[in-house]
Write a protein that binds this ligand. Structure first.
Ligand code: ADP
Length: 396
């Protein structure tokens, strides 16, 4: 069975083609600047690598370009598009109604559309990708996999904000949570690696990439989560502030900014970028901090402190903690951040093993000493394989 996984951003399409007999990736790539006549396609298939400029005026055209590449007589991996049995689509917001992966039909498209107000940047792009792919591959089964789905098990006391009831009942204001596919993947992988049944595992999973979020997992299910109604809440991120006092927003409006400017500043000019005034990439900040840049060091410290505050909060909520799991670009690769987080968790029983920290890159494993009270694990995430598995399950 061959499954094509598509992740559409507002101006990009990321894709992978899986052979589900062994979950191997036959081909993949990234099409950027979708919506222009100068899109760039970065494609790979085994040893074959190819970069090219193409015209991709919309997501439908983008999908067609990718399919042409997959079926190319010289460089392709498929004889015909019909070989694709299922197409898995990453959809950011499932809202309250779409709480598990689902075969796409008219009513699912309507429900995704109804959630556009909750994810105005993401859901329209996801919809455009689904519609483009459905017209290019009408005979394949299409499946939507939602970023919010793994967080659908949060209890009301975790997902409700203490705001007027009507904000929730009329305006759907509540915590939804995001990065659910990544938190789900590392939860199941942690259960395998720790030799436990998934419904017996208790974890604190930390997805630390450009976007950062954390989930408290009890018995394999999410019971609390750091992102909120939007992906702005919670941890410090590349360009997002994470938690701030909401009264800062009217205050800055009073200082002369428009609401739109404040919103943009909190989403795109804050976080690591805002504090450091260097950039949003943790690698650059660590180099600058090492060279004595105080703002970069402060950004790193605020980032780590926020993570540890959330771990402390989730430690208090959970019945026990089998492991803290670090994943995402920073969690998987940044040795200094992993070490700093472990050191700050000494009070809860984490004991950093420097050697393990150095050797655990690009693979899963503990970075704390055997037998310590709070094991910290690194587990590389794989959202695409989760989407491929869900799709295979629903189309077969
Ligand atoms: P996204 O959230 O966009 O999927 P990733 O999970 O790929 O992002 O994480 C991207 C971030 O990971 C980069 O912004 C960078 O800060 C960080 N990162 C990647 N590799 C390293 C590394 N070797 N050291 C420190 N940070 C890294």
């Amino acid at each position: 069975m061959k499954i094509f996984v598509i992740n559409c951003g507002s101006s990009s399409i990321k894709y992978q083609l899986f052979d589900m007999t062994d979950e191997s990736v036959l081909a993949g790539g990234l099409l950027e600047r979708v919506g222009t006549d100068e899109a760039s396609l970065n494609h790979y298939a085994g040893e074959v690598r190819c970069d090219m400029q193409v015209a991709a005026p919309d997501h439908g055209a983008g999908v067609s370009i990718i399919l042409k590449m997959l079926t190319d007589a010289d460089r392709g991996v498929l004889a015909d598009v019909d070989e694709i049995d299922g197409v898995g689509h990453r959809v950011v917001h499932g809202g309250q109604s779409l709480t598990a992966s689902v075969r796409v039909d008219g009513s699912v498209l309507d429900a995704i559309r109804a959630n556009i107000p909750l994810a105005p940047l993401h859901n329209p792009a996801n919809l455009a990708g689904i519609e483009g792919a459905m017209s290019a591959m009408p005979d394949a089964g299409h499946v939507a996999v939602f970023d919010t789905a793994f967080l659908a098990t949060l209890p009301a006391e975790a997902y409700r904000y203490a705001v007027p009831n009507e904000w929730y009942t009329v305006h759907r204001v509540r915590r939804y949570g995001f990065h659910g596919t990544s938190h789900r993947y590392v939860t199941y992988r942690a259960a395998e690696l720790l030799g436990k049944c998934v419904d017996e595992i208790n974890l604190i999973t930390c997805h630390l990439g450009n976007g950062c979020s954390m989930t408290a997992v009890a018995g394999g299910a999410a019971v609390d989560h750091s992102m909120g109604m939007t992906p702005l809440e919670g941890l410090v991120m590349g360009t997002r502030s994470g938690d701030v006092d909401p009264a800062i927003i009217p205050y800055m409006v009073g200082e002369g900014m428009t609401v739109e400017e404040v919103d943009k500043a909190l989403n795109k000019e804050s976080g690591l970028l805002g504090l450091s005034e260097i950039g949003n990439d943790m690698r650059d900040l660590l180099v600058a901090a090492e060279a004595g840049n105080d703002k970069a060091q402060l950004a790193v410290d605020v980032f780590c402190r926020r993570i540890v505050k959330y771990i402390g909060a989730y430690y208090a909520i959970l019945p026990s903690v089998d492991a803290v799991v670090l994943t995402g670009g920073i969690g998987e690769n940044s040795l200094p951040i992993r070490a700093a987080v472990c050191r700050r968790l000494a009070r809860l029983g984490a004991v950093l093993d420097e050697q393990r920290n150095v050797s655990t890159v690009g693979k899963a494993g503990p970075i704390t000493a055997d037998g310590c009270d709070l094991p910290v694990w690194v587990i590389p995430t794989d959202e695409e394989v989760v989407i491929a598995r869900d799709t295979a399950g629903l189309v077969s």
